[in-house]
Design a protein around this ligand. Structure first.
Ligand code: ADP
Ligand code: SF4
Length: 684
C-alpha cells in the first residue's frame, strides 16, 4: 500500500491536449535499438509503462536521412515503414495507460551521415564532431534550406501522429542543429537567424509554432532545452532567449549545457545536482517542467515536486535500473527499488553502437528477445536444490533470482563479508554507490526464507560433493595478475616477481606502498585511475603509464574519461602515454614507446600492473574432474559463471548470475534460443 506522503507523485497533470497519469516521466534516452531493433525497443519501453512510468519517450528520432548517426542506433520517422515500426512502441506504452513521446531529431554538423551519404545541413559549414576526427563538414544552410528543414520537421511531426505519439519534441539542445542556431559562437550568420539572441532563437520559435499548428490539436509539444548549471548574477543569454519562448510549448524538458554533468557518473556527479538551473527555469514559465537528476530516492523525488522545482520526475537511468520504480513506490515496496549506481554502462554500450544493458537490471534489453521481465521470474521447474558458491555480483544475483523462483538455495562465501569485488571496489574514491549492487541483492535475499547463507565457508570439491546439492553454480571470481600480461604484453615482464611489484588485489585489500609508485594501466577502465587517486590522496607520488595515447580509454564510453583525467591532473598525478612496460628493477622501471620502440625509464620504488585478471576457477576444474562422482550422488548440473568463467565488468557478472538462475531447468536448446530483431528477407 502506498504511503500517502507520496500521493503528490501520483497526481495526474495536463500537458497541452493530453494528460499524464502521474509524475513519473521517462525522458528520451538512447537504447542502442532504434530503427534497427524496433521490437526490442517497443518491448523495453512497454515494460517501463507497465512499471508505472506515466510518460515514456523514444530515443532521438531522425526526421530525415540527412540526419543519420550510423553506427549509433537511433529511431527514425523517415517514412511509412518507420510509422509502422514505432506503432509497436506506442501500442506497448498505451496498453498500460501511459503517454508516448517522440524526440524529433536533426543533428546538423554532428551527423556524419555514413549510411545515407547525404550532406548535413547546419547553421554554418562546421567540422563533424560525432566521431573522432571525422574529416567531413556540414553544409551551411541558406534561407531556402531552412524552409526545406522546416518542411522535413513538419512531415515527421505528422508521421509521429500517425504512429500514435502523444508528445512531440522540438529538440533544441545537446549540440544538434537547433542548439547550434542558439549558439553565439557557432551561429555567425548575417541574416535574420543570426546575430542578436532574438534572431538566434528564431528558428526554435518557428519550429515550436509550426509543430503546435500541425499536431497541437492532438499532441503536446515539448521542447528539450539546456541552460548553464551554475546560476550567475549576470544571467546567461540562454535564459534570455528562454524568456522569449517560455510560454509557447506545452512542456519544457530541461537539461544543463555541460553534458558531463547531465550524464555524469556517480563517481563525479551526485543525485539532483542540477536543481538550481531547473528551479530558475521553472520560475520563468507557467508551463510544466521536467528534468533529470538520476533520482532514485522517493523522498528526493517528492521534495522536487513539493518545492515546485519541477512538475515531473524525469528519468533515464533510474528507469533503466528499475523499470518498476513508480509501481514500487505506489505499492509501498520502497525497499525493493533497485537503485541506479551511476556507472554509465548503459550509456557506454549505446556509444559502442549496441543495445544498452544495465549493471543493476540484467533484464534491460532482454524483454523481447529473451522474454525477461524486470519484476517477475518463472517459478522453479522442479523441487530441486542449488548450491551457489561465491557471493560477488554473479553469485548474489544467481542466489537471489533462484530464491525468487522458489528453489532451495545455499549460498556459500569464503569471506566474512558478502559481496565479493563490490566490497573493495565500492571503497575506492567516488565509487560508494556501487555498493548498491550488493545491498539490493542482500536485501532481497534477507526476505527469502528459501535461501540459506553461509559466510566464512571456503568450499573445496569434497565439501561440495558432501553437501549433495543437485545443482552447483560456481561464482568464485577472479584475481588480478601482476605479471603485466594483458593487451600490450603477452609475456611476463622482467622482474615481475620482485617484492615491490604489487598486485591490484593487494591494494584493494588495504596494502599501502611506502614510497613512489608507477601504475601501468593496460586495462583502460576505472581501476588504474581509482587506485592512482586513492594512493595520491594518501600522500604517495604516483605516475600512471599507459600504452594508449590517452589514459582511461574505455572510460570515454562511460562519459568519465574527461573528469577522470582532470581529477588525476588536479591531484598532481603524472601521466605518461604511448609507453609499454618492459622491466622492473629496484627503483627503476623500464618503458618502451609503442610506436618507435625507443626505450626510457622512470625511477619509482613500487610498480602496480593493472592489466588483466585470471579466473579463480580451481574449484570448477576440481569438480569437473569429479563429475562422475557428483552425478552418481544425484547431482544434476555444475556450471561456472561471472568472473570465474570470463573476467569482465560487474554488469556481465550480474547478467551471468541472472541468466544461470533464470535458465536453470530449461533444456539446452531453449537456453541457446535468442530472438533476432533484424530485417528478414521474404523470398516467396
Ligand atoms: P563475480 O564478479 O564473478 O561475482 P567476485 O570476485 O566479485 O566474482 O566474487 C567471488 C566471490 O567468491 C568472492 O567473494 C570470494 O571470496 C568467493 N569465493 C572464491 N572461492 C570460493 C570458495 N572456494 N568457496 C566459497 N567462496 C569462494
Ligand atoms: Fe544506472 Fe549503471 Fe544501470 Fe546505467 S547501467 S542505469 S548507470 S546502474
Amino acid at each position: 500500500m502506498r504511503d500517502p506522503r507520496f500521493d503528490p507523485l501520483f497526481e495526474p497533470i495536463k500537458i497541452g491536449p493530453v494528460t499524464a497519469p502521474n509524475r513519473f516521466y521517462q525522458v528520451p534516452h538512447c537504447s542502442g535499438m532504434g530503427y534497427q531493433r524496433p521490437q526490442m525497443m517497443a518491448a523495453m519501453r512497454g515494460v517501463k509503462a507497465e512499471g508505472g512510468w506515466g510518460v515514456v519517450c523514444t530515443e532521438y528520432c531522425s526526421i530525415h536521412p540527412s540526419s543519420d548517426d550510423m553506427p549509433f542506433p537511433h529511431a527514425s520517422l523517415w517514412g511509412d515503414d518507420d510509422v509502422r515500426n514505432l506503432r509497436l512502441m506506442t501500442d506497448a506504452v498505451h496498453e498500460h495507460g501511459a503517454l508516448a513521446g517522440v524526440e524529433l531529431w536533426y543533428a546538423g554538423h554532428r551527423a556524419a551521415n555514413m549510411y545515407s551519404r547525404e550532406l548535413a545541413f547546419s547553421v554554418d559549414s562546421l567540422p563533424n564532431t560525432a566521431l573522432v576526427g571525422m574529416p567531413v563538414q556540414s553544409q551551411a544552410m541558406t534561407r531556402a534550406d531552412i524552409g526545406t528543414y522546416r518542411a522535413w520537421h513538419n512531415a515527421a511531426a505528422k508521421r509521429a501522429v500517425d504512429a500514435g505519439f502523444d508528445i512531440v519534441y522540438v529538440y533544441a539542445n545537446h549540440g544538434y542543429l537547433l542548439n547550434d542556431f542558439l549558439s553565439p559562437s557557432l551561429n555567425t550568420r548575417c541574416d535574420e537567424y543570426g546575430g542578436a539572441a532574438i534572431n538566434r532563437v528564431r528558428l526554435v520559435r518557428e519550429i515550436i509554432e509550426q509543430t503546435l499548428e500541425t499536431v497541437g490539436h492532438r499532441c503536446a509539444v515539448a521542447v528539450r532545452y539546456s541552460v548553464p548549471a551554475e546560476i550567475e548574477s549576470d544571467p546567461d543569454e540562454l535564459f534570455e532567449m528562454f524568456e522569449t519562448i517560455a510560454e509557447l510549448p506545452d512542456l519544457w524538458d530541461i537539461t544543463v549545457t555541460d553534458y558531463k554533468l547531465e550524464m555524469g557518473s556517480s563517481r563525479f556527479v551526485k543525485e539532483a545536482s542540477n536543481q538550481a538551473a531547473v528551479a530558475k527555469i521553472k520560475s520563468l514559465t507557467t508551463k510544466p517542467v521536467v528534468s533529470v537528476g538520476r533520482f532514485t530516492s522517493p523522498d528526493t523525488m517528492l521534495s522536487q515536486i513539493k518545492k515546485g522545482i519541477q512538475d515531473f520526475i524525469g528519468a533515464a537511468r533510474p528507469s533503466i535500473a528499475d523499470p518498476f520504480l513508480p509501481s514500487k513506490i505506489d505499492q509501498g515496496r520502497i525497499d525493493d527499488i533497485r537503485e541506479c549506481i551511476g556507472c554509465n554502462i548503459c550509456y557506454a554500450y549505446d556509444t559502442l553502437g549496441s543495445p544498452i544493458r544495465c549493471t543493476q537490471n540484467p533484464t534491460m534489453g532482454e524483454e523481447w528477445r529473451r522474454g525477461w521481465h524486470p519484476d517477475r521470474v518463472p517459478p522453479k521447474h522442479a523441487d530441486e536444490t542449488v548450491l551457489v558458491i561465491g557471493s560477488g555480483p554473479a553469485g548474489l544475483e544467481a542466489a537471489c533470482t533462484l530464491g525468487h523462483r522458489g528453489y532451495s538455495v545455499i549460498l556459500a562465501e569464503a569471506d566474512t563479508e558478502l559481496g565479493g569485488r563490490i566490497n573493495s571496489e565500492s571503497r575506492l574514491p567516488g565509487l560508494s554507490e556501487w555498493a548498491r549492487v550488493r545491498d539490493w541483492r542482500l536485501g532481497q535475499i534477507a526476505k527469502l526464507s528459501n535461501i540459506e547463507v553461509y559466510p566464512d565457508n571456503h568450499l573445496d570439491a569434497p565439501a561440495v560433493l558432501e553437501l549433495g546439492m543437485q545443482h552447483v553454480i560456481i561464482a568464485t571470481g577472479a584475481k588480478w595478475r601482476s605479471d603485466g600480461v594483458g593487451r600490450w604484453r603477452s609475456t611476463a615482464f622482467e622482474g615481475w616477481d620482485l617484492p615491490n611489484v604489487i598486485s591490484v588485489d593487494q591494494i584493494l585489500s588495504g596494502h599501502v606502498p611506502e614510497a613512489s609508485v608507477v601504475i601501468f594501466d593496460d586495462d583502460h577502465y576505472y581501476m588504474a585511475s581509482a587506485i592512482a587517486l586513492k594512493l595520491r590522496a594518501e600522500g604517495i607520488d604516483v605516475t600512471l603509464v599507459t600504452p594508449q595515447g590517452r589514459a582511461g580509454g574505455w572510460s570515454y564510453y562511460t562519459q568519465e574519461q574527461h573528469q577522470t583525467l582532470k581529477a588525476m591532473y588536479d591531484a598532481g598525478i603524472e601521466i605518461v602515454t604511448d609507453r609499454g612496460l618492459t622491466y622492473f628493477k629496484p627503483n627503476n622501471i623500464g618503458l618502451e614507446c609503442v610506436f618507435s620502440g625507443s626505450e626510457s625509464d622512470i625511477a619509482a620504488a613500487y610498480l602496480i600492473p593493472v592489466t588483466a585478471r585470471i579466473p579463480s576457477a580451481e574449484l570448477w576444474f576440481e569438480l569437473e574432474s569429479r563429475a562422475e562422482t557428483f552425478h552418481a550422488n544425484g547431482g544434476l548440473t555444475i556450471q561456472r559463471i561471472g568472473d570465474c568463467a570470463a573476467p569482465g565488468i560487474i554488469a556481465s557478472a550480474v547478467y551471468a548470475g541472472h541468466k544461470a538462475a533464470r535458465e536453470l531447468g530449461l533444456d539446452i536448446k531453449d537456453q541457446l534460443e535468442i530472438k533476432q530483431d533484424r530485417v528478414v528477407v521474404n523470398t516467396t
